[in-house]
Design a protein around this ligand. Structure first.
Ligand code: ACO
Length: 318
């Protein structure tokens, strides 16, 4: 038994923040942001618009595209670092709103690697026979944990959500999923603050060593892509599409170059979405599915990396 993606959906908040808007908020320029990150605009959740609100809309679209009713879902896995509240999970909040009371629901926290962690986990539930129809979601509102006066981070992130329906299938589907983590690199990217006695102790916003992240991401993603392909007796030449976490265009270009893959085979949304953390891969996948780039039988690789560090890859036949 395999697990196969049968539907995709995504949602972006209405408000768009352009680089020109950021020029008025911090000492930066459109030219600096575009050259260093490839980002031109990002969507920002409205006041009171929570991660589960974005995720809910993405799930409705994914269910519709799969032709699956919410009541048929027996597993909900949500990758997020910005849950609505400390508990309960976004997954159970979503379960309630969708009326999908048939099974298991939980969140996964692996920051920008969250979606590949969630897909790999849901796949194991399906392959073991515990679940038949899963909703796998990546949703984040990083705008809530960004210091909007810190130009080194605030220009990079945006909000959004993406979701897929993953179903048990006799044909592949997911061929392979690999996950990895190395907690020694915590200092490269973190929000150190701790909720304690009604307040946050310590820095409550994203703190990042940009160059450290860049080097670690390119090295780790390159090695993992090689390993996943080799284990399936495949090479990068067999790949039709790479759908990577959209951190910044230079990381995507360096990863594609290492694989020997032209950028025309890399699905990119970073210019319009910024870095939406766990949402970026399913947002990009939904776009490529809906505009017809992804065709049945295409070999597709998903790759994500984020704070921890945690990273992973999923190889699948569309
Ligand atoms: N506007 C203008 N100048 C800026 C800005 C800004 N928004 N941010 C930083 N600068 C300045 C710095 O202060 C520095 O000035 P100085 O030379 O006077 O000290 C100068 O620009 C160069 O700064 P660097 O940090 O060396 O710039 P770099 O070329 O490394 O680019 C960047 C920074 C874009 C963050 C890069 O390191 C990068 O892409 N890193 C990857 C980070 C990333 O993608 N993080 C996402 C989260 S992790 C993930 O999703 C995997």
């Amino acid at each position: 038994m395999y697990a196969k993606i049968t539907g995709t959906g995504s949602y972006l908040p209405a408000k768009v923040l352009y680089n020109a808007d950021l020029e008025k908020m911090v000492d930066t320029s459109d030219e600096w942001i575009v050259t260093r990150s490839g980002i031109r605009q990002r969507h920002i959740a409205a006041e009171g618009e929570l991660t589960s609100d974005l995720a809910f809309e993405a799930c409705l679209r994914a269910l519709e595209s799969a032709g699956v009713a919410a009541e048929e879902i027996d597993l909900i896995v949500v990758a997020t670092t910005t849950p609505d509240q400390i508990f309960p999970s976004v997954a159970t909040i979503l379960q309630n709103r969708l009326g999908a009371f048939g099974g298991v629901a939980f969140d996964i926290q692996a920051v920008c690697a969250g979606f590949v962690y969630a897909v790999a986990t849901a796949e194991k539930f399906i392959r073991s026979g515990s679940s038949k129809k899963a909703l796998v979601v990546g949703a984040d509102t990083f705008s809530r944990i960004i210091d909007w006066t810190d130009r080194t981070t605030c220009v990079l992130f945006g909000d959004g959500a993406g979701a897929v329906v993953l179903e048990a299938s006799e044909t592949p589907g997911i061929l392979s999923s690999q996950l990895k983590a190395d907690g020694r690199h915590k200092h490269l990217l973190e929000v150190p603050g701790q909720a304690s006695s009604g307040q946050i102790n310590g820095h409550p916003f994203v703190r990042m060593d940009g160059q450290g992240v860049f080097k670690f991401a390119v090295k780790s993603l390159g090695e993992m892509a090689d390993q996943v392909l080799r284990e399936q007796d495949l090479t990068a030449a067999d790949l039709k599409w790479l759908i990577p976490h959209q951190a910044n265009i230079r990381i995507l270009e360096a990863t594609a170059k290492k694989l020997g893959l032209p950028m025309s085979q890399v699905v990119t949304t970073v210019d319009r979405h910024g870095n939406t953390s766990a949402a970026s891969i399913p947002l990009a996948m939904d776009e490529a599915a809906r505009d017809g780039r992804l065709q049945a039988g295409d070999l597709v690789m998903l790759e994500g990396i984020g704070g921890g560090f945690a990273w992973g890859a999923v190889l699948l036949r569309w």
